[in-house]
Design a protein around this ligand. Structure first.
Ligand code: 7TS
Length: 414
């Protein structure tokens, strides 16, 4: 199989990721756990080393050279991420630990200020737990009710009763752009437009979208957008919450401490302007700077090319996997409506056994409920095996996966 689809040379891209050139269980590593976290290119690893080797200092506090350098790089990284997702201003970019913290920030700050009993929060049953549990905690605190958009048999959102679900009582809709467990790409337009028509805000979980496609939050017309750096070739422990300035301005701080105040008095304090109001304490300076490098890396390759490669890889994988005896693939059958995440069962073989056999062949997949237990309940299973692809995966990786699954079938043959 040709590794070069169009202008995309996935082997050359793979060569830029040091972790991927190792041998595991005596075979070259095939990494198919990208929905959990991506590997890091050399330029990102070097940027991290360069920061700690040459520029390490705390930000916004010192009048010395290193502090100036760290502050300048940290704030340019914020500008870079604003450009990356089409935000109007870098004041709207709040650094977080990741998607989970971004959602908790909104649920705690905006949610506690704006929700009360009789209000409704609209979620979908496709959400990662991080886009369910913070809202449940908020509902407990405020007496608000949570409602869900359900899925159909293939794992598409069922929007037939959207007007009934998203009505006058709905104050916020929180929805993932792409499912981490089924790969479904959601139609956000009708959801956002229904929310707008009833005056509800919309939070979009972009954790599984940002690594794979260009994002323009202005065009999307949502109110909050959250994502994690570690799934897009960046470091762990850093992510972004984007919110509309006029909404963020009115929200109370999420945590108190250094960096987020204007004036502290004995009994009360006043808050710093955006974005610092939401960034108490010494931030993940290195993480922010290096995330901007990851954004450069992805845009240098180009999201059109990344998308085309992943589409081709997905089509090939679905075709090859479809021919494996006993395989059941979950999620949308329409390939244009799914990302490069493939959840599956292999006959009666427990997914843990499938994963163990693949691991012995140097192939990394994930087994579990993928922090999406409502999806598992919908499918009537407790766990699935999940292979998820990224820009550095090759057709050869798909072939290795398929051959690993044949081995599993042979080992468990009656
Ligand atoms: N939302 C979605 C859609 C996700 O896929 C994940 C992580 C999160 C939120 C939480 O992101 P975090 O960076 O704050 O942890 N998804 C997965 C996964 O599928 N396997 O491991 C982590």
């Amino acid at each position: 199989m040709l590794e070069n689809s169009g202008l995309f040379d996935s082997k050359a891209i793979k060569a830029q990721f040091p972790t991927l050139s190792q041998v595991v269980s005596g075979k070259s590593l095939v990494y198919l756990d990208n929905a959990a976290t991506s590997q890091k290119p050399l330029c990102v690893i070097e940027a991290l080393e360069n920061y700690y080797r040459n520029n390490n200092s705390n930000v916004h506090r010192g009048m010395h050279e290193l502090s100036r350098r760290a502050t300048e790089a940290y704030e340019s990284a914020r500008n870079r991420m604003a450009l990356f997702i089409g935000a109007e201003s870098s004041e709207e970019i709040i650094w977080t630990r990741g998607t989970t913290e971004g959602i908790n920030l909104v649920a705690n700050s905006w949610g506690t200020q704006n929700l009360s009993a009789n209000d409704e929060i609209l979620l979908t049953t496709m959400e990662h737990h991080s886009n369910i549990v913070p809202w449940q905690l908020l509902a407990e605190r405020t007496g608000a009710t949570i409602r869900y958009i359900e899925m159909d048999a293939e794992g598409h959102l069922d929007l037939t009763n959207l007007e009934e679900l998203c009505g006058k009582r709905t104050k916020i809709v929180a929805c993932t752009q792409v499912s981490n467990s089924l790969g479904t790409i959601n139609p956000l337009e009708p959801i956002i437009s229904q929310a707008r028509s009833v005056g509800a805000l919309v939070l979009v979980d972009g954790a599984q979208a940002v690594p794979h496609q260009a994002i323009d939050v202005g065009r999307m017309d949502c109110d909050f957008y959250v994502f994690s750096g570690h799934k897009m070739c960046g470091p762990t422990g850093i992510g972004v919450l984007w919110g509309r300035k006029e909404i963020l301005d009115k929200m109370p701080p999420y945590q108190g401490g250094g960096e987020m105040i204007k004036l502290v008095q004995r009994n009360r304090s006043t808050w710093a302007d955006l974005p610092h109001k939401f960034e108490a304490g010494t931030p993940n300076i290195a993480g922010a700077i290096v995330l901007a490098r990851a954004a450069d890396f992805l845009e240098e390759i180009g999201f059109d090319a990344v998308k085309e490669h992943e589409r081709n890889l997905l089509a090939y994988a679905l075709e090859q996997l479809g021919a494996v005896e006993g395989i059941k693939i979950f999620g949308p059958s329409d390939q244009t409506l799914r990302s490069s995440v493939i959840s599956f069962h292999l006959g009666d073989i427990h997914p843990l056994d499938v994963s163990t056999i693949l691991d012995a062949e140097g192939i990394a997949i994930r087994v579990g409920h993928h922090c999406a237990q409502l999806v598992m309940q919908h499918l009537g299973v407790t766990v699935t095996a999940r292979a998820s692809f990224y820009l550095y995966n090759t057709y050869g990786d798909v072939d290795r996966l398929v051959s690993g699954l044949h081995s599993a079938n042979n080992i468990f043959a009656p």
